[in-house]
Design a protein. Structure first.
Length: 189
């Protein structure tokens, strides 16, 4: 009797679990979850949305990251406390195009206004695998470059211990970049 009862329970569990399979998230939901995780500085939740390798592209340049390599870049970016606002998300075939605004400490200094990107995302096995910037909206490259040059030159003259921060996209590089910004802005009238 116990054996029959145990078999009946196991059979009910198997049938119940097969009747309500977990539905895979839509590509749009993956993008929304990705941006939500970025806004909450939650790398675990970010990584949950990513394939084992992620390709980021801009123009002709493509960079492939493993999750561990992406985490190093993410740590650098997180130092600046970014805030993302999804402005538009739409599925286009098997891809998603998203327009978003990004603002953070670094962007406030370099560009003043948020940077607005239109990006195409591709997926592999339901996870974000490729991110290619299609366009920038209202990006003032002249202002960005001029402000960056002022900061780099000022830091080289007044705080040479921070030299190299502009190209160092590690956690320490981000900390040095943020410190250069803080010191520069503190001496401004």
């Amino acid at each position: 009797m116990k054996t029959r009862f145990s078999c009946l329970i196991v059979l009910c569990i198997v049938l119940t679990s097969n009747c309500s399979p977990e539905k895979e998230a839509s590509h749009t939901q993956v993008i929304e979850a990705y941006f939500n995780a970025l806004n909450h500085a939650d790398f675990g939740a970010v990584a949950d949305q990513l394939a084992d390798t992620v390709v980021f592209g801009e123009g002709e340049y493509l960079t492939t990251y493993s999750l561990a390599e992406y985490q190093i870049w993410w740590q650098w970016d997180s130092v600046f406390q970014p805030e993302y606002t999804l402005l538009d998300v739409k599925e286009v075939g098997e891809t998603v195009e998203a327009k978003f605004a990004k603002q953070d400490v670094r962007i406030r200094y370099l560009h003043q206004d948020p940077v607005i990107n239109l990006v195409r995302y591709s997926f592999k096995e339901g996870k974000l695998h490729r991110s290619v910037i299609l366009s920038y909206e209202g990006f003032d490259d002249e202002r960005w470059r001029a402000n960056r040059e002022v900061l780099v030159n000022w830091a080289a003259e007044h705080h040479p211990e921070l030299n190299g921060f502009i190209h160092d996209q590690t956690l320490q590089g981000g900390i040095n970049y943020r410190e250069a910004l803080r010191l520069y802005q503190a001496q401004q009238p």
